[in-house]
Design a protein around this ligand. Sequence first.
Ligand code: NDP
Length: 346
Amino acid sequence: MSPTSGAAPHPVPATSRAWHLVRRPHGWPQPTDVALREEATPEPGPGQVLVHNRHLSVDPYMRGRMNAGRTYIDAFELDRPMEGAAVGEVIASNDEGVAVGDHVLHFLGWREYAVVNARAAVKVDPDLAPLSAYLGVLGMTGLTAYAGLLRVAELKEGDTVFVSGAAGAVGSQAGQIARLKGAARVIGSAGSDEKVRLLTEEYGFDAAFNYRSGSVRELLEAAAPDGIDVYFDNVGGDHLEAAIGSLNRDGRIAVCGMISVYNDTELPPGPRNLPRLIQTRGRIQGFLVGDHYDLQPQFVQDVGGWLRSGELRYRETVVKGIEHAFDAFLGVLRGDSTGKMIVTLD
Ligand code: NDP
């Protein structure tokens, strides 16, 4: 492998670590379902680069990839490194378009060093934003919030908006974008009193509740006495049923995720009050962020501007060390994180 710039050569260890899926979880993932394995550090071939990963993303959707069978994305292969977003520094390059020292976003996370096809590596600028931001507020979760709210739910000025999972990466951004785009009232739910305080005191939600403190239906009715026009669903289950129950005429529900059922071995029955969609002329639409990358330039312009002006805030929960990446992933599913969960490597 030959560095393409004059940067000082970065020592490449002969071996490095990667997380493998070794068994498909049944219900909640267990430590015995995965293994952190030491393997030969791969070498880049023609058109490839070697990336020293600095930050790894662990996300709820990865739970689905641990199951057998394809959904909208392939299942993780057994006894192979798992995949996911990561940002890192290029330390060797066999491609003219990517230089040693460049920082790139790519999809071969869960490992310390990755050989990435140069065409699949997106250059990012660490001087414009901290590298980890490209995994969250300026990355996939940020675009999910932006596209889900503005394009799928068709947010309008004056709407009352309800966001579940509101202290998480997607939810905290969705709620703030709603406020910045002229929603009349933004309501959020989260799983602890501390997170609820964050929503109103730091992110500017008008009202928030702890969904563990009572019936979601009653808590939502109290927070939104005049009903809701938009529901941004990260959770499913009783949150979705409550949102349908509070939906106003021509209300829109964007189904982003249903984290409350990701570890269920049998799916619970769906919302009992679907007939309410008839009288409200309501609409429920699922979406995948991957279908909305055409919004990326507009997203970066809007979100970049709000970050610079301080109108949009974000938090990260940072776990240090690749050996803790699986715990960090479980932490996302459990609700240990506030904002985007990031695994930072040494
Ligand atoms: P978060 O940062 O929001 O982390 C997940 C949060 O979900 C936890 O912190 C926890 O917070 C909450 N949670 C866990 N279990 C439950 C439960 N049973 N009921 C209610 N809340 C629960 O993750 P992301 O922002 O990355 O993702 C949010 C959602 O968006 C997920 O459902 C994810 O799958 C989905 N998603 C969808 C995409 C798409 O393209 N459609 C793309 C990206 C994400 P708390 O303490 O509040 O319980």
